[in-house]
Design a protein. Structure first.
Length: 183
């Protein structure tokens, strides 16, 4: 098979256009990104957990506070947080008059003192709406190794999130205004 001179030139041009020449990169701009929490921490302002270790500590203290409060009421508590089922703790009250009261599902939210919102996931909202009075949002405010609460908000959600929403922020003061002590 013979190629015409026109086809040969076209093939050479195509291959030449594909040839990559390495060169020294040219920087056209730059950006410095500083996390807001780091700035607040440097200024000595409360309200931001600076790192994952601090967040984990706040979460651990909150979980322990809620488990302690529930056990003090005589309830058995099962930690289901690793199962990602839409809540963190299942509370099993003791039998009364030979009957077992219904279990309750607690979603625990630990917040560093001074923060103003709580983030809830779509999954948590849907479980809260589906379970109604079985679902309790338990809030614990943490400062250092000390805590306030837990504060319980029953039926914390009023509507299903839009289809593309993965999480929403709730106003902490408004939640605490509706909260009650564990019972």
């Amino acid at each position: 098979m013979r190629l015409s001179l026109t086809n040969v030139r076209r093939t050479i041009d195509d291959l030449t256009a594909r040839h990559v020449v390495s060169a020294t990169p040219v920087i056209l701009g730059g950006a410095l990104v500083i996390p807001c929490g780091a700035l607040m921490q440097r200024k000595g302002q409360p309200g931001w957990t600076a790192d994952a270790e601090s967040k984990a500590r706040v979460e651990r203290i909150a979980m322990q506070a809620v488990m302690h409060a529930e056990r003090a009421l005589g309830h058995e508590v099962i930690d289901v947080s690793a199962q990602k089922c839409g809540w963190d703790l299942t509370r099993l009250p003791p039998a009364r008059d030979g009957k077992l009261p219904p279990a309750r599902h607690l979603e625990v939210k630990g917040r560093a003192k001074g923060q103003t919102t709580i983030t809830v996931t779509r999954n948590e909202i849907l479980y809260g709406l589906n379970q109604q009075d079985k679902f309790i949002l338990a809030i614990v405010l943490v400062e250092g190794e000390l805590h306030e609460g837990p504060f319980y908000v029953r039926c914390p959600f009023t509507q299903e999130p839009d289809w593309a929403v993965t999480s929403i922020n709730l106003d902490l003061d408004q939640l605490l205004a509706r909260a009650t002590a564990p019972a």
